[in-house]
Design a protein around this ligand. Structure first.
Ligand code: ADP
Ligand code: MG
Length: 249
């Protein structure tokens, strides 16, 4: 039994079947990649896991509990954090100010900034944020205006904002999309480090096969809303169905 169990999930948008009969089991403390062509339903699936979309059929269990019927915030509190396809940071705020947002959210269950009870607790939160920024090599950028940073740094910040919540499951939707090669390699290194140092399960949607093969323990290939095959990276590489449907060979 995996930490994440998706059973027979289906989702329609009007006449379009975006997902059908999706079954997926993600084992605890592994990295599971979901690959597939554009429009395969990868982001839709992720949205169903975090409460942004409600599947029409099937079930989604995380850590033995159903996520269906829960709000994105409740699911986040259960231990699922997600990095979006386009970075969702607050460009007008500094790096440090962005880091405080998930900390406040965790403390009082809302995003109200007046949650600080005392100067001492604010100091404690600042320390936590600085420590996390140090882990992702961004401490020197803590006073920077977030909007002015590179795409790679925005991603790093977003990942730090997720990780500071100490999630059990980290979901990443194309974390290296549009990144320069150096930033992509930094992201691979960061994720490898996270995997080694923490009790964390990672589910990653990714186009870049170099990233997928560097990180994944298992790979699910999604095509037209349905899993085509699930296997180890070694077997996926040579799989005739995958070559045909995805790698275009
Ligand atoms: P992927 O992330 O694999 O590229 P998506 O999950 O974004 O694919 O999309 C799967 C299919 O569902 C696509 O045909 C897309 O156009 C459609 N789709 C996604 N979101 C919506 C939506 N909110 N409303 C209508 N159609 C959607
Ligand atoms: Mg997508």
């Amino acid at each position: 039994m995996g930490i994440l169990e998706v059973k027979d999930v289906g989702k329609r948008f009007g006449g379009l079947k975006a997902l059908s009969d999706v079954n997926l089991s993600v084992a605890e403390n592994t990295c599971h990649a979901i690959i597939g062509p554009n429009g395969a339903g990868k982001s839709t699936l992720l949205n169903c896991l975090v409460g942004k979309l409600i599947p029409d059929t099937g079930s989604v269990m995380f850590d033995g509990q159903s996520v269906l019927g829960r709000s994105p915030h409740e699911i986040n509190q259960m231990g699922i954090s997600r990095v979006f396809q386009t970075p969702e940071i607050f460009g007008d705020l500094t790096v440090m100010e962005n880091m405080m947002i998930p900390l406040f959210a965790r403390r009082d269950g809302s995003y109200r900034l007046h949650a600080i009870e005392s100067v001492a607790s604010e100091k404690d939160l600042t320390q936590q944020a600085e420590q996390m920024l140090d882990e992702v090599n961004m401490l020197d950028k803590r006073h920077m205006h977030s909007a002015s940073m590179s795409r790679g740094d925005k991603r790093r910040l977003e990942m730090a904002m997720c990780l500071i919540q100490r999630p059990k499951l980290l979901l990443l939707d194309e974390p290296t999309a549009g990144m320069a090669r150096a930033d992509t390699n930094n992201t691979i290194d960061l994720l490898k480090q996270i995997k080694e140092e923490r009790d964390i399960t990672i589910a990653i949607i990714e186009h870049d096969m170099h990233v997928v093969f560097s990180l994944a323990d298992r790979i699910t290939v999604l095509a037209q809303g349905t899993p085509l095959v699930e296997d180890t990276p070694e077997n996926i590489k040579g799989h005739p169905k995958v070559k045909e449907a995805y790698l275009g060979e």
